[in-house]
Ligand binder design. Structure first.
Ligand SMILES: *[C@@H]1O[C@H](CO)[C@@H](O)[C@H](O)[C@H]1NC(C)=O
Ligand SMILES: *[C@@H]1O[C@H](CO)[C@@H](O)[C@H](O)[C@H]1NC(C)=O
Ligand SMILES: *[C@@H]1O[C@H](CO)[C@@H](O)[C@H](O)[C@H]1NC(C)=O
Length: 406
């Protein structure tokens, strides 16, 4: 046994090894420390980033208006994660694009009486809504190919939307079959894939419309979507309001303009103020009266303007479809006090269903035409006081804004 070797058999000196292991460990430790630091830093940064992101999200969520680019004529309302740009009073649009509304020609109000044809393009927010329907119907004598026509008034309220009445979106049509007028439901069929395709919109209508042909230079616009008020009741005509979204954006010019709507600041309990004048335009050409009476129309109709008085409810008590209780400011009535043609008959009519009754209002110091009512129903022009029921637009301002958004 080699003691020396034994002797010199050193206890294995691990110090070096230890050192080396230590070194290794240290370097590994360093590495791992660096890694830990890096990971830590990474996590830290990530946490910081996440916190920053969360803070940004919270700030954005709470104040989305801080990064919204509303139109200069709009104000911004902070909703959670949604900046609501709303055009100022006197403007209409989606908040990112606000166009001045309610421009008019003063000479339109100089002539009295007002039941006369208008100057070309003098009511540039007026739209003509034409319903053309083809269907095959069965009767005891066989299958008949029938056509339905009707037209309604509408009002341009922004570049993509027309305001009208829900009752203008026809649920039934009346046609002459087997020597009788019969009523049929309006349904999609092989001629019409959608309800929308039954309607054509004309703007820049000079002053005449026709059921049969397009009249230049009126501009034809396709309907993308029809939105009736979800609580529209065809029996009572409650909530008689609808918005028609156009397929193409309207270009605004001297012939095509948007109408103002009442400010949402107005109190629907007192607006519109009763016993004041309001103005409307219309072709007065609806083929079917609100009570279902057939009124044949001429091929061409002049767009006429008229002046009506906004009545208080006691003046509307004779309107058969409505009881006073129904006029709870969702609708109001307007007509003509002054009988002009004897026997309780008035010279004025109400224009088309769906068309607007306008008030001249000072909006931020500028006089504008504001669409305050939509013709919903009337007693016919020969009734005493000739009252018509108008949907009270101010009650539906938020509904209109939501549903006409583009
Ligand atoms: C309603 O208007 C008519 C006509 O202006 C008026 O005679 C009547 O007193 C008014 N009624 C109310 C309750 O204000
Ligand atoms: C309602 O009808 C009655 C009976 O025809 C008439 O006397 C009255 O003046 C009418 N009221 C209004 C406000 O038109
Ligand atoms: C609007 O204001 C103008 C000028 O201040 C005034 O002449 C006009 O009568 C006002 N119109 C209405 C409807 O208040």
């Amino acid at each position: 046994m080699d003691s020396s070797s034994n002797k010199i058999n050193p206890t294995p000196d691990f110090s070096n090894q230890k050192d080396s292991i230590d070194n290794k460990n240290r370097s590994e430790n360093k590495k791992s420390k660096i890694t830990v630091i890096l990971i830590g830093a990474g996590v830290g940064i990530c946490i910081c980033c996440s916190i920053a992101l969360i803070i940004l999200l919270v700030i954005y969520g709470a104040f989305p208006c801080s990064v919204a680019y509303c139109d200069e004529n709009a104000y911004c309302v902070n909703n959670p994660f949604f900046a609501d740009c709303i055009c100022n009073t006197g403007f209409g649009g989606n908040g990112y694009e606000c166009d001045e509304c309610g421009n008019f020609q003063l000479n339109e109000f100089s002539a009295i009486p007002l039941n006369i044809a208008v100057e070309p393009n003098s009511w540039p927010a007026t739209a003509d809504i034409l319903f053309r329907y083809t269907s095959e119907i069965q009767s005891p004598t066989g299958t008949h190919l029938v056509f339905g026509f009707d037209n309604c008034g509408g009002t341009i309220i922004n570049r993509k939307a027309i305001l009208t009445s829900a009752s203008c979106i026809k649920r039934t049509f009346i046609t002459f079959v087997d020597r009788k007028f019969l009523s049929f439901p309006v349904e999609t069929n092989k001629y019409h894939e959608t309800i929308e395709s039954m309607y054509s919109i004309y703007v820049a209508v000079v002053n005449q419309i026709s059921f049969g042909v397009d009249i230049a230079p009126a501009r034809y616009v396709k309907v993308e979507k029809i939105i009736k008020h979800e609580n529209y009741d065809p029996e009572t005509d409650d909530n008689d309001i609808a918005v028609i979204i156009l397929e193409d954006r309207l270009e605004l010019d001297d012939k095509v303009q948007i109408s103002c709507l009442p400010s949402k600041e107005e109190d629907p309990n007192i607006f519109p103020e009763r016993n004041q004048h309001a103005w409307g335009v219309g072709w007065g050409s609806s083929m079917f009266g609100g009570n279902g009476n057939f009124k044949p129309s001429r091929a061409l109709q002049d767009l006429k303007k008229f002046q009506l008085n906004i009545y208080n409810n006691s003046m509307c008590s004779n309107i058969t479809k409505f009881h006073i209780d129904n006029l709870n400011n969702d609708a109001f009535c307007a007509g003509e006090y002054n009988v002009v043609s004897g026997n309780g008959k008035t010279g004025y009519c109400h224009g088309d269903y769906g068309g607007s009754l306008y008030l001249r209002q000072n909006v931020s110091g500028v006089e504008k035409l504001v669409a305050i009512g939509i013709l919903s129903y009337n007693e016919g022009c020969n009734a005493e006081h000739s009252p018509g029921i108008y949907t009270n637009v101010v009650k539906y301002i938020e509904w209109i804004r939501k549903n006409s958004y583009y």
